[in-house]
Design a binder for this molecule. Structure first.
Ligand code: C5P
Length: 298
C-alpha cells in the first residue's frame, strides 16, 4: 500500500539517550513557581531512536510506538515547530519515534527526544543555528532539554537549564546501573509541588560530587542525594516497596532518578547486577541494565 506521505531523499536516524541524576539538590522555590536546582546528570545507554524524513508537503507527522505520545503537544513536535518558526521554513517532516525509555519515569526521555530533534533537524535541512540559539530553544521547551544537547556528565543549575559540562569520569563502583521502574507514572510538577522547605539543601551534595568526580574518586554515598526522594518514598508506597526489595536482594545503594519513580542501583560487577536484574524481573518489575555513555562515543 502506498504511504499517505511522500518521502524525499532526505532522512536521518539518531539516538536519544536517557539520564540519571547522581544528585538533585533543590535550593529553594522561585517566584515563578520553578525551583532552583543543582543537579549532576549523566547520560546512559538506554535510548530511544528517532528517524526524521523530509516529506514533500508541509505537515509535521509523528509516528510513535507509544500511541498515547502521538499528540501535537509531544515535545518532539514542539521542537520541530520551534525550528520551523525560527528559520521561517514550512517544510514537511515525518518523525518516527521508537520509544524504549520509560515515559514519565525521571529518566528524561521526552527531553532527550526533543534535544535530538534540535540537533538533527537543522543538519538535515541545512539551517544555520548557533549552539547558543539551540540552547535557548532547548530551555524554552523544558528545564532538562539543554543538558541533552551536551550529554555525558554535567552540573545543571538555575531551573536545570544552566549546564556546565564536567570532564568525563565514571567510577568503577558504578559501572553497571540497574534501573527499576515501579508500575506508576509520576508528573514532575506534582513532585515539586509536594516539596517541603525541610527538603531544601544548600547545594553542598552536588558540589561534593563534582569535586569527587573531578578528583576521579567515587563520591560519598551520602552525597548522592536527591531532595525529591523523601516525598516520593512517602507519597508513593510502590516506590518505597521496590526500594526495600532492591536492598533486601543485596543492593547497597538505591537512589531515585530525578522526580522518579525510577530507582537506580549501581554495581561494580555485572554478575551481581544481573542477579538482581533477574530477581526484580521475577517480581514483575520493569528493569534495565545500563551504563554511563558519552553520546559522541556511540
Ligand atoms: O521545565 P519542565 O517543563 O520540564 O518542568 C516540569 C515541571 O516541573 C514544571 O512545570 C515545574 O512544576 C516543575 N519544575 C520545578 N523546578 C524546576 C524544574 C521543574 O518546579 N527547576
Amino acid at each position: 500500500m502506498k504511504p499517505q506521505w511522500q518521502p524525499s531523499a532526505e532522512s536521518c536516524t539518531v539516538r536519544a539517550y536517557a539520564k540519571i541524576n547522581l544528585t538533585l539538590d533543590v535550593l529553594g522555590r522561585r517566584s515563578d513557581g520553578y525551583h532552583m536546582l543543582a543537579t549532576v546528570m549523566q547520560t546512559i545507554n538506554l535510548h530511544d531512536t528517532l528517524c526524521l524524513t523530509t516529506t514533500e508537503d508541509t505537515q509535521v507527522r509523528l509516528a510513535c510506538t507509544v500511541p498515547e505520545l502521538n499528540t501535537p503537544d509531544n515535545l518532539v513536535v514542539r521542537a520541530v515547530e520551534l525550528i520551523r518558526r525560527r528559520a521561517g521554513v514550512s517544510r514537511g517532516i515525518l518523525i518516527e519515534l521508537y520509544k524504549r525509555i520509560p515515559t514519565a519515569a525521571g529518566l528524561g526521555g521526552g527531553s532527550s527526544d526533543a534535544a535530538a530533534v534540535l540537533l538533527a533537524l537543522p543538519r538535515l535541512w541545512n539551517l544555520a543555528f548557533s549552539f547558543d540559539e539551540l540552547l535557548e530553544m532547548a530551555a524554552s521547551l523544558g528545564s532538562d532539554v539543554p543538558f541533552f544537547l551536551y550529554g555525558g556528565l554535567a552540573l545543571c543549575e538555575g531551573r536545570g537549564e544552566q549546564v556546565t559540562p564536567l570532564p568525563p569520569f565514571w567510577p568503577e563502583q558504578m559501572r553497571w546501573l540497574l534501573l527499576l521502574k515501579p508500575p506508576i507514572n509520576i508528573a514532575t510538577a506534582t513532585v515539586f509541588r509536594s516539596l517541603s522547605p525541610r527538603d531544601y539543601t544548600n547545594g553542598a551534595h552536588s558540589r561534593a560530587v563534582c569535586e569527587a568526580l573531578r578528583m576521579q574518586r567515587m563520591p560519598a554515598p551520602a552525597d548522592l542525594h536527591n531532595s525529591l526522594e523523601r516525598g516520593v518514598l512517602e507519597y508513593y508506597p510502590e516506590v518505597a516497596r521496590a526500594r526495600e526489595l532492591l536492598l533486601a536482594a543485596g543492593a547497597t545503594l538505591v537512589r531515585l532518578s530525578g522526580s522518579g519513580p525510577t530507582l537506580f542501583a549501581p554495581f561494580a560487577d555485572l554478575t551481581m547486577a544481573w542477579r538482581l536484574h533477574r530477581r526484580m524481573a521475577e517480581y514483575g518489575y520493569e528493569v534495565y541494565l545500563a551504563q554511563a555513555i558519552y553520546p559522541s562515543s556511540s
